[in-house]
Write a protein of this length. Structure first.
Lengths: 134, 567, 393
């Protein structure tokens, strides 16, 4: 999809403006979609468990568009692509193994005595001062 | 065959070298030359080594008596913390890659410099700033008593200079990333024409594997330390249990970096040893591709075993089992290397000079260090040995017995190349013996007392352990004298040693194909690319009194090339 | 594959390529480049050709992006962990984030990514002027993003929302709405003091760059004058963003609109308020609460609007005691992201300067490409932050 310019050095692949705008509008569309779907779970009968995966899938689709076309990964050297994508693998490893572990001792943290800091509550603005005075 | 004048110009001792071509203070401070940056790094890490070494000697002196009257308990805690933090972050991690690797790597590739020279200089200045911040913890922050691991929640509670020290380690992390990134790109894009991956010297493979870890793991240290600073200053509640945070999470964060970092420390050492064993056996390295891939395998497996530091931290059983099992697999590539080195020695023409003595000590000490690691990876044994002197002895065998020994071996190997002068080999070997003996005297008793239950990081101990501690203290001073002596031999040689030729050791990698010391641009000619382990490609030149490539020699004077022997 | 480089030539040995005339070597150790005749000035001395330089830089920036991803990964781990163990905190807390302001920022960043990609294209074709225009738009979007962010932050601070340990302790320290001691300028603009303080830095930068621009034009340093003028336009983007965000904020509060996050603001404006245990006991006594157990370990506290709140949200009784962890993570993630935006603006300014100087050509556009990749990564991280922080249900 990149423009073909015979006079350019071979490491130079300009991307056509048409494609760039197409990607941009798809990204906007997906952004709107993710905002809409986030509200969808309230009004419809669909199980809320889908909310998070759907949001992540849409985000990943957007990430793909940005990486592949804005970042020229589609035309880039395989090694560069491999290097960048491998970071995702290590992040997954980091999150996965840590997550596997932490539920084991979560109870201890929940029952650990907290510092005596202020407790957040919701009060009307105009009553704010009253709480202190009472 | 080239004419004699050209040959002499390339390999003879030059008038203008990278050391003297411009010699003002600013020409060193703002140099972009990788060799000069490497030398500045070398001076820096050596100073860090001696500083942290003095801390170690103070500790050992304190432990000479069981009631430890020399230091207060708080001072003792600060001493071992600073010893660990300075040794790990300021010395071992940059030692071989940033000092030795910086000097040698571009020359091994036949390149003029690393890919990003300014970034290279930046890395060195970040090292200075980071080390400065670590030391500022002593001056402005009432010391540091958390241990080099900064474990929460204690690091949040203590009033010592945790913020200074963590900021220092954060900056040192970036210094390390810059070096690693530079090396990865340099090896990828700046190899000499025709130098394919499997014609690289094994030192470069190990530096490549090291750099992978530096680039992938060090950023996690960065965010960990930033979050720790945020936790300490603002109590964000991520690590602090009194605000609902998870203190064990800190250990996960920390070891996700710091376990791979252990391989940042040992992998370059293994690369140096691969070079030394081959050159001083004058024999092709045995199992080249196995050694090469085992470096990469260690680097990648290193990311899967961090939990073995947390067997007693309340980690879940399942994860403990997984981490223990993967820990054992790291032994495979490590053993592959050791067996290949031994096979290289077999029937080689072994030259027992100083670098080779260090290389052989390395194999012995790393063998012990590696095998005791398996004890610690075994779950049931680790519960007993965790946080005892056994652990201390284990990692000192790997880090000092491994990395420091290899650093010294590498310095003695490349010193004539860097400075064009030869050291006194007898003195070199003598101090090598002191290092080896002192090291074993220091740390072997620690295995025994650790197995008998002597916990680490204690300022006083049961009189039962007195004799072991006393032997250990005596050994530490012997080790200290040995290291000091080794550096004195090197420094003396750099200034007063006799001139040596371009390639006194008959080594075949590209850095030996230029004059000693090298030209500012490394090569004044296009180096002849040959197999880095084909020693028969070099012949002795009587005029220059050194080894040069066959292509430069008079064909009538040199012995015919041996046909490769196939087994 | 990148492993097998194209520049390799087959064969083990390359023949000697000795320089025929080496007489100059000793005299000028510095000057012996091998290929001086085809070594243009934009290629650093240690690279052979433009392609090697470009490839090195490109691999370098990709590896740098890898480190950036792993740098952020720690925060994603923290996020995943706390969301996994305490989903209720995230349920309760996300209503304090405005998804429309977040969405606006998403679109601003996506647009800046588009203009960045167009800038790279222009540089690739050697069109320095177009490249400069696109980069300027990118920078304006970047500071507009920061402007919106400043409105969001100051709004939260006004509501007393800080990190876990430091909720505002009493109503006096809150500056929600009009209050005594408010800055005059804040009062007249109808904005919070904290927004004014935040905006002081860009205001100084704006004034400084305008003055510098005038000086540049007066002293006939056209390039410098143009550059500083562009910088003042860039800083103006901040005020555009802050203005749009503030107008939105005022409209929302004025109309008490009916989106779900307004459930906390149904009758009258609400705020988060921190209470000590004693405060809560008082409050509970007043409400004649029959629940006698107020131990710290219980996740119960009693806001005065409990009953109404429960109608909307039957699930959580009141806010979780650890709700601040969400905001800690929020501030860490968005704060670190904002630092990256600022770094991006600095890098873009450098590129812009070189556009004005006309440096880019079809065989030398690397720096634009590299800064572009960095900028897209900043966008990429926001693409994930937006649903993770703003769109929780």
């Amino acid at each position: 999809m990149s423009d073909h310019h015979d006079d350019l050095p071979r490491f130079n692949h300009p991307v056509s403006t048409k494609l760039l705008f197409g990607v941009f509008f798809s990204l906007i569309g997906l952004t709107v979609l993710t905002v809409v779907t986030s509200a969808l779970w309230k009004v419809s009968e669909l199980p809320e468990a889908f909310a998070f995966p759907v949001a992540m899938i849409i985000a990943t689709m957007k990430a793909f568009l940005v990486c592949a076309f804005f970042m020229h990964m589609w035309w880039d050297k395989g090694f560069n692509v491999l290097a960048f994508l491998s970071s995702g693998l290590f992040v997954a490893l980091f999150i996965g193994l840590t997550l596997m572990d932490s539920s084991h001792y979560q109870e201890n943290i929940d029952s650990f005595p907290r510092n005596n800091v202020k407790q957040p509550v919701i009060v009307p603005i105009n009553d704010g001062g009253n709480v202190e005075e009472t | 065959m080239v004419d004699t004048a050209t040959k002499n110009r390339i390999f003879g001792t030059p008038k203008s070298t990278f050391l003297n071509h411009v010699n003002t203070i600013s020409s060193w401070m703002f140099t972009l030359d990788h060799k000069r940056i490497g030398i500045m790094y070398l001076v820096g890490v050596t100073l860090a080594l001696f500083l942290a070494g003095v801390f170690a000697l103070v500790l050992r002196t304190h432990l000479f008596t069981f009631d430890g009257e020399m230091l207060t308990n708080a001072q003792y805690n600060q001493m071992f913390t600073l010893h660990g933090a300075v040794m790990v972050f300021s010395f071992i991690i940059p030692s071989i890659p940033a000092a030795l690797g910086n000097i040698v790597l571009p020359m091994m590739l036949g390149a003029k410099d690393v890919a990003f020279p300014r970034m290279n200089l930046m890395s060195f200045y970040l090292w200075i700033i980071g080390t400065g911040c670590l030391l500022a913890a002593i001056l402005f922050g009432d010391g540091l008593d958390t241990g080099w691991t900064f474990y929460t929640p204690y690091s949040i509670e203590t009033n010592t200079g945790v913020v200074w020290a963590t900021f220092g380690a954060f900056v040192l992390g970036f210094s390390s990333i810059f070096t690693g990134l530079n090396f990865l790109v340099t090896i990828n894009t700046m190899r000499a024409k025709g130098q394919t991956w499997f014609k690289l010297p094994l030192f470069l493979w190990s530096l490549y594997a090291t750099s992978i870890i530096q680039v992938l793991a060090t950023p996690v240290l960065g965010i960990t330390l930033l979050l720790l600073i945020a936790e300490k200053t603002m109590h964000v509640g991520i690590f602090d249990p009194t605000y609902g945070g998870d203190p064990v999470l800190f250990q996960h964060f920390f070891w996700f970096y710091s376990h791979p970092a252990v391989y940042i420390m040992i992998l370059p050492a293994m690369g140096v040893i691969s070079e030394l064993i081959s050159v001083y056996s004058q024999k092709r390295i045995f199992g080249y591709s196995f050694i090469a891939f085992s470096s990469v395998a260690i680097a990648l497996l290193g990311f899967l075993v961090w939990g073995h530091h947390m067997f007693t931290s309340g980690q879940s059983q399942v994860l403990t089992l997984i981490f223990s099992a993967i820990t054992f697999t790291v032994a495979i590539p490590s053993a592959v290397k050791v067996f290949n080195w031994l096979a290289t020695l077999y029937k080689g023409s072994i030259l027992l000079n100083t670098p080779m003595c260090y290389a052989l000590s390395f194999i012995f000490l790393f063998g012990i260090g590696g095998l005791t690691g398996l004890f610690l990876g075994a779950l049931s044994v680790d519960i007993h040995l965790h946080d005892t002197y056994f652990v201390v002895a284990h990692f000192h065998f790997v880090m000092v017995g491994g990395t420091l020994t290899a650093l010294l071996g590498g310095l003695f190997h490349w010193w004539p190349k860097i400075f064009g002068r030869m050291y006194n080999d007898f003195m070199g070997r003598a101090f090598c013996f002191l290092v080896f003996a002192g090291f074993n005297l220091t740390f072997f008793p620690q295995f025994v007392m650790g197995a008998r239950g002597m916990p680490r990081r204690y300022a006083t101990y049961d009189p039962e352990f007195l004799i072991f501690h006393q032997i250990s203290t005596v050994g530490a001073f012997v080790l200290g004298v040995g290291i000091l002596g080794a550096f004195l031999v090197l420094v003396y040689a750099a200034f007063k040693g006799p001139r040596c030729g371009a390639n006194p050791f008959r080594a075949a990698s590209l850095e030996w194909q230029t004059s000693s010391p090298p030209d500012f641009h490394n090569f004044i000619h296009q180096p002849v690319l040959n197999d880095p382990y084909d020693f028969d490609s070099l012949v002795y030149d009587e005029d220059l009194e050194t080894y040069i490539s066959r292509e430069f020699a008079d064909p009538e004077k040199v012995p015919p090339k041996k046909e490769p022997v196939h087994h | 594959m990148g492993l097998a480089k194209t520049r390799q030539s087959p064969g083990l040995l390359l023949l000697l390529k000795l320089e025929t005339d080496m007489a100059t070597v000793d005299a000028h150790a510095d000057d012996h480049h091998h290929d001086d005749h085809d070594h243009p000035p934009f290629i650093a001395h240690h690279f052979d050709d433009a392609e090697q330089q470009f490839d090195s830089g490109k691999l370098g920036i990709w590896l740098f992006l890898v480190t950036e991803v792993l740098f952020f990964s720690g925060l994603f781990v923290a996020y995943t962990l706390y969301r996994n163990h305490h989903p209720e905190i995230f349920q309760q807390a996300h209503v304090f984030l405005d998804k429309y302001l977040g969405g606006l920022n998403t679109i601003v960043l996506l647009f800046s990514s588009l203009t960045m990609a167009l800038a790279v294209r222009s540089a690739q074709l050697g069109r320095n002027k177009n490249c400069g225009i696109y980069i300027l738009i990118t920078m304006v979007c970047a500071s507009m993003f920061l402007g919106v962010k400043a409105v969001e932050y100051s709004h939260k601070w006004d509501m007393g929302i800080w990190v876990r340990s430091s909720w505002s302790s009493d109503a006096d320290s809150l500056s929600y709405g009009h209050h005594e001691g408010q800055l005059g300028i804040a009062k007249s603009l109808g904005v919070s003091d904290r927004l004014i303080w935040l905006s002081a830095i860009p205001a100084v930068l704006l004034a400084g760059s305008l003055i510098a621009s005038v000086i540049g034009f007066v002293t006939k340093k056209e390039l410098f004058g143009k550059f500083m003028l562009a910088m003042s336009v860039m800083v103006g983007g901040y005020f555009l963003g802050a203005g749009v965000g503030q107008v939105y904020q005022n409209v929302k509060e004025g109309s008490g609109d009916s989106h779900e996050h307004a459930s906390l603001q149904e009758q009258q404006p609400m705020q988060l308020l921190a209470m000590t245990q004693e405060d809560q006991d008082h409050a509970d006594d007043d409400k004649k609460s029959d629940d006698a157990d107020h131990s710290h370990d219980e996740e119960h506290s009693h806001g005065s609007e409990k009953a109404e709140y429960d109608k909307e949200h039957p699930d959580p009784e009141t806010l979780d005691r650890d709700i601040g962890i969400f905001f800690s993570i929020y501030y860490c993630m968005t704060g670190l992201h904002a630092i990256h935006i600022i770094a991006g603006i600095i890098a873009l300014a450098w590129i812009y300067w070189r556009c004005l100087a006309g440096h880019w050509r079809s065989d030398y556009f690397g720096p634009v490409d590299y800064v572009g990749l960095y900028w897209h990564l900043v966008d990429l991280i926001w693409i994930y932050l937006f649903p993770l922080l703003y769109l929780i249900d």
